[in-house]
Write a protein that binds this ligand. Structure first.
Ligand code: CP
Length: 301
């Protein structure tokens, strides 16, 4: 099967077969990193992150480099964005410089999609506002699939600030497309409008195969959350005691960055059921698979 997309803007655009294609490719690369070596030789990848990042930026840089692309990461504070240049003009400039890939993180929801209507460069959405974070969802799915051997039929609780989490939005879309069951739990003001069946965390954890915890996205809250970190932890945090409600084989995920002692207890994050660092490690193969599948702006040219 071929992957017939020029951009990776969101899980919403992918069919279940597309998702399996990317997961299979990333799985192969994770087992044998050399299989994608040189696949992007001669390609130019530009990373433009208008919001902070550790995992996504570093792993996109490593992914492109390991596949043979030349990598440039735009330092936004010292770029001409600080002189008032718009996102569109910045992206047109990157394209005119010969980029094949633009990896974009941007605070405004939908910005990568709007750019894709104007540009030929392959755009990879590295997180847009409260929209999507498709490569993180692919990482999370591959982490679960490598652990359980399947995704279909798994029961997964997503807990925390779901309303403002692009990771949660992409994960819900992906997991439901591949036949997993998703439960949502969090403070009422941090749940999306369609979370009709949201449950208290203890009930949401009952018997699940996996728990995905989410950070409170304070940078996207209109009003401050009226809970201190320790109050939040007491009411909504994942503790070892609460984790007992999940299946005995259940695993814990978190896309990072974590706030220990707020949404997750440190001993759970570091505990034997935690796959959090396994998620991080799969960031490079998943992003290599995505870059190689897209092929860059010159594909078919
Ligand atoms: N999960 C994630 O997007 O982490 P960073 O913000 O560190 O890239």
């Amino acid at each position: 099967m071929t992957f017939e997309h020029r951009n990776l803007l969101g899980i919403a655009d992918l069919s279940p077969a597309d998702i399996v294609h990317l997961l299979d490719a990333a799985d192969r690369i994770a087992d044998e990193p050399s299989c994608a070596r040189g696949a992007l030789a001669g390609r130019q990848q530009v990373n433009a992150f208008f919001e902070n990042s550790t995992r996504t930026l570093l792993s996109f840089e490593m992914a492109g480099r390991r596949a043979g692309a030349e990598i440039s990461s735009l330092a936004i504070p010292s770029s001409s964005v600080a002189k008032g240049e718009s996102l569109l003009d910045t992206a047109l400039t990157i394209e005119a410089l010969g980029a094949d890939f633009l990896v974009l993180r941007y605070p405004e929801t939908g910005a990568p999609r709007r750019l894709a209507e104007r540009l030929k460069v392959s755009i990879l959405n590295a997180g847009d506002g409260v929209g999507e974070h498709p490569t993180q969802a692919l990482i999370d799915a591959l982490t679960l699939r490598r652990h359980f051997g399947r995704l279909e039929g798994l029961s997964i609780a997503i807990c925390g600030d779901i309303r403002h989490s692009r990771v949660a939005h992409s994960n819900r879309l992906l997991l439901e497309k591949v036949g997993a069951r998703v439960r949502l739990s969090g403070p009422p003001s941090l749940l999306p409008d369609d979370a009709g069946s949201a449950e208290p965390i203890e009930e949401a954890l009952d018997g699940v195969d996996a728990v995905m915890m989410l950070r409170v996205q304070h940078e996207r809250l209109d009003d401050a959350l009226e809970l201190s970190g320790s109050e939040y932890h007491g009411r909504y945090g994942l503790t070892a005691e609460r984790l007992q409600r999940a299946a005995s084989h259940a695993v814990v995920l978190h896309p990072g960055p974590m706030n220990r002692g707020v949404e997750i207890a440190g001993d759970v994050a570091d505990g034997p059921r935690s796959l959090i660092l396994a998620q991080v490690a799969l960031g490079v193969p998943v992003r290599m698979a995505c870059l190689v599948a897209l092929g860059g702006a010159r594909r078919g040219a």
